[in-house]
Design a protein. Sequence first.
Length: 390
Amino acid sequence: MTSQAIPTEIDRQVSHEAPVLAMHHIRHAYGKHQAVEDVSLYVEQGEVVCLLGPSGCGKTTLLRIVAGLETVQEGGVDLGGRPIGRPGKAHVPPEKRNVGLAFQDSALFPHLSVLDNVAFGLESLPGKQRRARAMELLEQLGMEGYAKSYPHTLSGGQQQRVALARALAPAPSLMLLDEPFSSLDARLRDRIRDDTLHVLKRVGAGALLVTHDPEEAMFMADRIALMRDGHIVQMGTPLELYCAPRDPFVVTFFGEVNEMAGEVQGGRVKTPIGEVPVDDIADGTQVRVLIRPEALKIATLDEPPEALSGDGRHGDGDDSHGQHSHVVMAKLLGRSSLLHICAHGADGWEAHLHARVPGVFLPEEGQPVLINLDPSQVFVFPADGAAAGA
Ligand SMILES: Nc1ncnc2c1ncn2[C@@H]1O[C@H](COP(=O)(O)OP(=O)(O)OP(=O)(O)O)[C@@H](O)[C@H]1O
């Protein structure tokens, strides 16, 4: 299995409407430090796009450029087909962009009630309509009971919801969210994230959300732009990034992997748990084999043979090992169990591997096991960093 098995990017559907956001070849530097290098992306109406990547890769800089908090140095920004940021051209200020901002520490106005906070950006509406619109948003976020409260009496999660209601109240065509859930504890974060996703979909706003958390990106996004060092490494649906990663960085960013080195011979590469077919890398190439923990299908030897690979051997290869692989340790992680396995391959090749199995599966230390590989979660890349198939 290689990274090229299914298409890695969907071409933008031809649409009669301009995307709510289009960024063209954006480059941005702080002094001599190049923070963003030639980034292009678009967000369609009603679409949630996540900028995902490690700290310092340029996510917030991109968001600040769209918000108008940074001027465009190179490239261009269009909102709804209208150019609003070009180098050397008049800069459209943030408040004239019809963009909603929800940042990690979006502070509420302490001297205003919750209702007045949400109504704040609706000054173009008559008083009665302002209040009705603000109330509508508070209802959507389950905060209508707190309309008369003041921010200091609310919990962090409640404040976050009010901040979101305030950003959404003027019906922006685009919402910009920068790590909006990161200050919340895990359980609250899950709930507010879920609420936010449903409200965004209900109001039909496009959204560009910054996060460094791959699970959050997969939960929220229609498409993800995975960034590294100011570049987009891969852009696509969560399924595309997870199941057809373009390079090892994309695989490893989404979680722990078992990694081993090998050489392609006869269109296959040997591992201690069998051979892996490789379609598009030349024989003789040194490769990195990345195996997700969930790709290892574990069967204890007293299980029925249909749980194993067709002929009861490891992987799909020819390994008739003298010794079976065995369990070193098994830990329950909650929704899944993590097994540390000592895999015994041909020619005395041993490897310490991690396997993740859904639910409670805690075989004893030393328990002999057979390992079968799910090839859809095994990725092979040339060791020299060249793209597979290149
Ligand atoms: N105002 C600034 N002045 C100088 N350098 C900056 C400034 N803002 C950001 N940088 C640098 O630009 C790079 C990109 O920063 P940015 O905040 O866009 O990254 P990020 O991906 O959002 O990081 P994080 O997830 O930590 O917020 C980093 O190396 C950062 O140190």
